[in-house]
Write a protein that binds this ligand. Structure first.
Ligand code: BES
Ligand code: MN
Ligand code: ZN
Length: 498
């Protein structure tokens, strides 16, 4: 979708659908300011529009250049924020689809937030709300084809252009991540996923190198190899790199994404209903890392960023790893496997241990790691965890702020020392499962054994895949983590500027 900014007046804007977001206060009265441009139907229909968040009103104006005008509600004016703008814009995208509009305008107003943030939020909400995954539909429904979005501003403002452009880029990178998650598992085997990452790198100007099984064996990635034993498809380990000349950090920010291309549970087999059936999304962490790398490269962020994606499916094959197996990991530590369904931590541990070779400033992993995180927080937030110590509050605060700004919220869970007891093993350095309690925390405590640098763990099991739609997020992959990490990295780069 093409996105542009104009200062042509609302009445003169020549589009199939003009969206006018209005607050509850702005909806009060006759909206006489618009009647001059669009004719009497505005005044006559004004009483039907409340300005509430779910409220909208479509009309066909007598005058003006737009074929249709739609008011979309923003709620009370003291609560207009980026998220209410995203939701309103997505609502507008739905109306645009049913009207089969090809060109859409959105009127920008002076709400109580920064113009750049407002422009970004409107574009993001609109593009993400318009997202569809129809790769496998042979009966492609005729929903028109959205070609162009125009943000209408009253004055020329560079900040609005910047915000609109960033909104477009971020939404496209989120869409890349969604596409990968929504892909049929047989089209994203570890090798095919690695190929997709190579294509992404080539297209967007960052570097990808793919390790095959031989290199993974040479590196001694015992965790990744153990998970892969039941599979007929070899594992891959992919290294993504963005290292611009104007980077503000010598030591990279390393992003690690769980790339389990399908999680059957292995011999500790999952049941299909409401458990295995969504497990094509078990590489949502990897998909998010790809989306972030695309965004970082396209926005030319002045930061050295590395992405690591260990990938395998997890299956009960003839040679599959079994409960009782003791695995020697990349770090040299040993793990007693007591549940083959706790596979994510096995391959993440190897990637985290390998991350040390970069002498990173910080490592952030994104993983659909535990059902326990879904039980704790549902789909509206990811769990954020970081080891206790000097800067732990600061790390959580930076991620929480990025969550609030991006609309991809996170909430902290503790990593108290006591929880480590749950994964003590009788025969090895640790076991790969705790008990039934605090499952998201014991998973993080497991990973902590392989970490020796500042680290933030994001358990995205809840918000990364939806069975029921949410505003601007259709059923399926949400691309969760891309907006969050882009915002986090922008803040990181800003702090580096001093
Ligand atoms: N991929 C799952 C976690 C998951 C569950 C993601 C639901 C998304 C939605 C992970 O590999 C897993 O199976 N975790 C187990 C761990 C347990 C065996 C300790 C779980 O959470 O049940
Ligand atoms: Mn599992
Ligand atoms: Zn898994």
């Amino acid at each position: 979708m093409k996105v542009s900014v104009t200062t042509i007046s609302v009445a003169e804007l020549d589009v199939d659908l003009l969206l006018i977001p209005r607050t509850r206060e702005q909806a009060d009265g006759t909206m006489a300011d618009l009647a001059a441009g669009f004719g009497g139907s505005v005044r006559r229909s004004a009483p039907d529009f409340t300005g509430d968040p779910d409220n909208s009103l479509l009309l066909y104006p007598e005058t003006g250049s737009a074929r249709r005008v739609a008011f979309v509600g923003l709620g009370p004016s003291d609560r207009v924020d980026a998220e209410s703008l995203r939701i309103a814009a997505a609502h507008g995208a739905t109306m645009a689809r049913s009207a089969k509009a090809e060109t859409v305008g959105i009127a920008l107003d002076a709400w109580d937030l920064d113009a750049e943030d407002a422009a970004q939020a409107l574009v993001e909400g609109f593009v993400l709300g318009a997202y569809r995954f129809d790769r496998y539909r042979t009966d492609a429904r005729d929903e028109g084809s959205l070609q162009r979005l125009v943000l209408q501003a009253t004055e020329k403002d560079k900040a609005v252009r910047r915000g609109a452009e960033r909104g477009r880029v971020v939404a496209e990178c989120v869409s890349s991540a969604r596409d990968l998650v929504n892909l049929s598992p047989d089209e994203k085997t570890p090798t095919l996923l690695a190929r997709a990452m190579e294509r992404s790198a080539k297209k967007h100007g960052y570097v990808a190198s793919v390790w095959d099984r031989a290199i993974i064996e040479e590196e001694g990635m015992g965790g990744l190899l153990a998970v892969n034993r039941g599979s007929t498809e070899p594992p891959t380990f992919t290294v993504l790199e963005w290292m611009p000349e104007n980077r503000r950090n010598d030591h990279p920010v390393v992003l690690v994404g769980k790339g389990v291309t399908f999680d059957t549970g292995g011999l500790s087999l999952k049941s299909t209903l409401d458990s295995m059936d969504a497990m094509k999304s078990d590489m949502a962490g990897a998909a998010a890392v790809v989306g972030v790398m695309e965004a970082v490269a396209r926005m030319e962020l002045p930061l050295y960023v590395v992405g690591l994606v260990p990938a395998s499916d997890n299956r009960p094959g003839e040679n599959a790893y079994v409960p009782g197996d003791v695995v020697r990991m990349h770090s040299g530590k040993t793990v007693e496997v007591l549940n083959t369904d706790a596979e994510g931590r096995m391959l993440l541990a190897d990637a985290l241990s390998y991350a040390k070779t970069y002498n990173p400033e910080i490592v952030i992993d994104l993983a659909t790691l535990t059902g326990a995180a879904v039980v704790a927080l549902g789909q509206h937030a990811a769990a954020v965890m970081t080891p206790e110590g000097a800067s732990s509050a600061e790390r959580v605060a930076a991620m929480t702020t990025a969550g609030q700004r991006s609309g991809e919220r996170v909430h902290p869970l503790p990593m108290f020392a006591e929880y480590a007891k749950d994964i003590e093993s009788d025969v090895a350095d640790m076991k790969n499962v705790g008990g039934r309690s605090a499952g998201a925390v014991t998973a993080a405590k497991f990973l902590e054994h392989f970490v020796s640098y500042p680290w933030i763990h994001l358990d995205i099991a809840g918000p990364s895949f939806l069975k029921k739609p949410l505003p601007y997020r259709p059923v399926g992959g949400t691309g969760f983590g891309v907006r969050l990490l882009v915002e986090y990295l922008r803040g990181f780069a800003d702090r580096k500027r001093g």
